[in-house]
Design a protein around this ligand. Sequence first.
Ligand SMILES: Cc1cc2nc3c(=O)[nH]c(=O)nc-3n(C[C@H](O)[C@H](O)[C@H](O)COP(=O)(O)OP(=O)(O)OC[C@H]3O[C@@H](n4cnc5c(N)ncnc54)[C@H](O)[C@@H]3O)c2cc1C
Length: 223
Amino acid sequence: RLEGLAHKVLQWYLCRMEGWFAADSDTISLKCWDQEELLPGGHGLMVRGYLPVIHTLAKGLDIRLGHRVSKIERRYNGVKVTVENGETFIADAAVVAVPLGVLKAKSIKFEPKLPDWKEAAIADLGVGIENKIILHFENVFWPNVEFLGVVAETSYGCSYFLNLHKAAGHPVLVYMPAGRLAKDIEKMSDEAAANFAFMQLKKILPDASSPIQYLVSRWGTDV
Ligand SMILES: Cc1cc2nc3c(=O)[nH]c(=O)nc-3n(C[C@H](O)[C@H](O)[C@H](O)COP(=O)(O)OP(=O)(O)OC[C@H]3O[C@@H](n4cnc5c(N)ncnc54)[C@H](O)[C@@H]3O)c2cc1C
């Protein structure tokens, strides 16, 4: 059994794995955890966000935002899609690309119902959670590294901060909790969540100045 710093560093790696899978390590399949195939090449960060990509892809397409689908009916000659305000759309086919969590919440009614094997897969697969707490500072007081890590006795206590200053030039750190920690933080107010993230940062940078702005995601509860 590892002790001291070696133990804490192991917890840090577990914390990173939990971040990668957005789930606690005791819920990650030992048999299947390493199935994905990474594309070659390094990691990239969209410094202007994904909006330019989305705008380019969306050119010439009829895209309706704010249309929450509540029902999809398959008919002999196509599909009928109903949205929450009662409006309907008829099409030859529908490609359903909502996240697994939405399917698990059964907020879309399928007629006829989905095949048993698909319903079983939706029920059996777990859906994870990872959030972002974005801290905007007056100026940069941290080292010029890709990310800052805080090690601890448990993976729950470890922290990861993505340094947006290195990539995008803004004095911004992004704290990214996953799994049970993310769920616990979602129970806090935005102010308390941002303060929690800042306290984690203070553990390695005690002289850190308070953020001037923050933004807190709640991807586990906004379905
Ligand atoms: C914190 C975090 C960090 C991540 N970091 C990275 C990263 O660094 N690199 C990377 O490659 N991937 C990353 N990912 C993963 C990546 O974001 C997802 O894999 C990707 O966005 C999935 O795309 P998608 O189109 O399948 O689903 P989504 O992007 O979730 O799109 C689904 C869409 O369906 C819509 N929708 C839901 N319900 C309905 C409904 N009833 N009616 C109509 N529309 C509906 C939603 O509004 C949404 O627009 C990250 C994910 C998270 C949460």
